[in-house]
Write a protein that binds this ligand. Sequence first.
Ligand code: PBG
Length: 334
Amino acid sequence: MSCNQSYFPKSRPRRLRANPVLRSMVRENHLRVEDLIYPMFVADGQGVRNPVSSMPEVFQLSIDELLKELEEVVELGIPCIDLFGVPEKKDTTGQLAVEDGGLIQQAIQAIKKRFPQLLVMTDICLCEWLEHGHCGLTGGPDGHEIDNDRTLPVLAQMALSHARAGADIVSPSDMMDGRVAAIRSILDDNGFGNIPIMAYSAKFASSFYGPFRDAAQGTPQFGDRTTYQMDPANGREAVREALLDISEAADFVMVKPALPYLDIIWRVRSESPVPVVAYNVSGEYAMAWAAHNNGWLDLEKVMMEMLLGIKRAGADLILTYFAKRVARLLRNQR
Ligand code: PBG
């Protein structure tokens, strides 16, 4: 069948692609700097700027170095960062994560003092703080079971101590059941009723987290995360997780990773009354860089296409290690 024998014989989609002005008028989705959240890794010590080998342009930064890095982040107009801890010491109770003078708590205070307008979100999870690298406390006969309910008060205390230090948003990534409710009630009871919770609602047990585990040094020392993170085969269950978190008063729901789960973003978006966030994870970042370094793909074009695809799938906001590059590119396009 030739093109003018179609059902709508006069219809020609190419008419609206004829020039850049027309194309930009009919463009359906946009990536804006306001859509970006920049994940960063805070390390103990002074003058620390350790490159993460599997993640070009990403560093573990001590607080002094982080503040330097933030000059550019703020100048580029990136509205929000997400802090992960890379502490020297770990234990088996998670106490190091909840202490008022702890690493993340100090970082929040220093950042808010210097850049009051920058939103500081913090990761609420125990994997970076526990010797065994799991996201929750362990127990059971062999000590290898994740104890959901004993973990909840520790996560809640962690969120409270971040709020006390000045965090603007808390973001539980542990995947324990009931943690959004536990965090909401401790925040409300302590006068932090206005601090939003960004819940990692549909977080899949993914192999795309490998480079992050180098960056945050949180690889599980035994077993894997399949008893708490989701099965990559499940879509309906992702909607269930999101609705459950919303019923516990989550202010944002997140889907993670992003690229292999665009259908999940779409499904959660269609069911969710709250903003949907996607995490463009470390493995997605590393893949684009690796292909670029081999001369196989154009890094920035691929980056923009990936992120626009995530928005088109329905994400309101995107966590991405590309945030600075995107912000620079968007600025230069203006
Ligand atoms: C830990 C956590 C992980 C990521 C964010 N928070 C790793 C994991 O669950 O193993 C992954 C982020 C990324 O890969 O960029 N709770």
